[in-house]
Design a protein around this ligand. Structure first.
Ligand SMILES: C[S@@+](CC[C@H](N)C(=O)[O-])C[C@H]1O[C@@H](n2cnc3c(N)ncnc32)[C@H](O)[C@@H]1O
Length: 204
């Protein structure tokens, strides 16, 4: 099972949300792609942070495409149900846990609220097919995934992300992932202390 947890690298995700929310203000359709989402902990963390920052009505315009190669074939069921063992939820700040989770039918489990769940759609997808699941994304988050690929594959996947982003769209990776030289003309760094980048329009 993929290693991940709720509120992982909150530092980067807070930067992400702080940058994206003003960018998409007033839009009726805001698209986010969480690539390599594992069991959805990262996706639902992002969704909670967006709900808090955007407010109820703007949040209803947000759609998150959560994708993973999902070798276990279990992620769809977990993410669609939004139900997790309580021991996996202990990192969630108490206020958010009380606001967004309710006891599930399954003993020892809790279920994320319909408001949050309704904004997330899971799809099985292999990034190494070098295809996108959509376009016009305001944000792509792909953390702790690219490190498994060769340098050439990373560049190719980043090209797919570049093409899938809307103008000014943002792209986030984990702290230890560097932007390859081949992609430096396509993305500019947004903050000094996180690997968060903005798409630069390059004449083709
Ligand atoms: C360590 S988890 C990262 C989960 C989450 N992004 C995080 O940072 O907590 C890596 C995930 O990448 C997925 N993955 C690996 N190769 C992939 C590929 N070719 N296409 C899509 N997802 C892939 C794995 O299935 C796994 O769920």
């Amino acid at each position: 099972m993929a290693f991940t947890f709720f509120f992982r690298d909150l530092h980067t995700l807070e930067h992400v949300v702080n940058q994206v929310v003003p960018l998409v203000a007033g839009r009726s359709n805001v698209r986010v792609w969480n690539a390599g989402c594992a069991m959805g902990m990262e996706t639902y963390t992002l969704a909670i942070l967006f709900a808090e920052k955007m407010g109820y009505f703007a949040f209803k315009n947000l759609k998150i495409d959560a994708t993973d190669i999902d070798g276990s074939d279990l992620f769809a069921e977990i993410i669609n149900s939004g139900t997790y063992p309580n021991e996996d939820l202990q990192r969630i700040p108490q206020g958010y846990f009380e606001k967004y989770f309710k006891p599930a039918e399954k003993p020892g489990h809790s279920r994320i609220s319909e408001l949050i769940r309704s904004r997330v759609t899971f799809r099985k997808h292999d990034l190494l097919t070098m295809t996108a699941v959509g376009d016009g994304y305001s944000l792509i988050v792909c953390k702790n995934v690219l490190l498994h690929f060769t340098p050439a594959e990373r560049v190719q996947v980043m090209r797919v992300f570049y093409r899938s982003l809307a103008p000014q769209g943002l792209f986030a990776v984990e702290q230890t992932q560097v932007m390859p030289d081949e992609m430096a003309q396509f993305f500019e760094r947004v903050v000094p202390d996180a690997q968060l980048f903005r798409k630069i329009e390059v004449a083709s």
